[in-house]
Design a protein around this ligand. Structure first.
Ligand code: G3P
Length: 217
């Protein structure tokens, strides 16, 4: 399972990268705004900075919602750096654009996916990644993990190459549950990744080992 970090915060990206378990980064317009990155030039430079900080794929989202606009923006994003994956919303023109990018060998991440039908369409269009938002489904009393399960079944039935990128991951249990179901990738906050480290028996066990070592010396 690949671990992506879902942030535009370079400090957190560097921390996750230093841990040695990071496979990529996802961003979106809200995450860029949260870091105070505004204006086209700054936004594009920030994508390059993120790419230079990590070794894997970096999703950069288009703002346009019409076919021509998505193609123009996506091609410009893809030219920025070899690690860029063009993130495209799950809308009709987005699907058409994903087919275009896929035929051109440009990697895509189909975002804002909330149903198995949408995920099937994204795979048919040749998306590299599909991003079902599990946390946002949980937020409205829908079962986000069940959606991952359904998409896994469909993709395995037909050997689709599209990778299931569990997005809107909020906590460590989401990460574990997605791993059990067989999501190819999860993208979440740094806290969900480092949360995997924690166990009270590890802490108390280590404290006892160190105490005993001191006694023995
Ligand atoms: O990758 C999508 C993600 O950024 C959405 O997360 O927490 O805003 O639902 P959230």
């Amino acid at each position: 399972m690949k671990f992506f970090i879902d942030t535009a915060n370079l400090e957190q990206i560097n921390e996750a990268q230093a841990l040695g378990v990071l496979d990529g980064v996802t961003t979106n317009p809200s995450l860029m705004a949260k870091e105070g990155i505004t204006g086209e030039k700054n936004i594009l430079q920030h994508y390059v900075d993120i790419c230079n900080a990590v070794t894997g794929d970096v999703s950069a989202e288009v703002i346009a919602t019409d076919y021509d606009g998505i193609i123009k923006e996506g091609e410009a994003l893809a030219k920025l750096h070899a690690q860029i994956v063009v993130k495209v919303p799950m809308i009709k023109d987005g699907i058409k654009a994903i087919r275009y990018f896929s035929d051109k060998g440009i990697k895509t991440n189909c975002t804002l996916v909330f149903s198995a039908g949408q995920a099937l369409l994204a795979a048919k269009a040749g998306a590299t990644y599909v991003s079902p938002f599990i946390g946002r489904l949980d937020d409205i009393s829908s079962d986000g993990l069940n959606l991952i399960d359904e998409i896994r079944l469909i993709y395995d039935n037909y050997n689709f190459n599209t990778q299931i990128l569990a997005a809107s991951v909020r906590h460590t249990m989401h990460v574990l549950d997605c791993a059990k179901i067989g999501a190819d990738v999860m993208t979440g906050p740094l806290s969900a990744i480092v949360g995997l480290l924690k166990h009270p028996l590890t802490d108390s066990g280590l404290a006892k080992f160190l105490e005993d070592h001191k006694k023995g010396n």
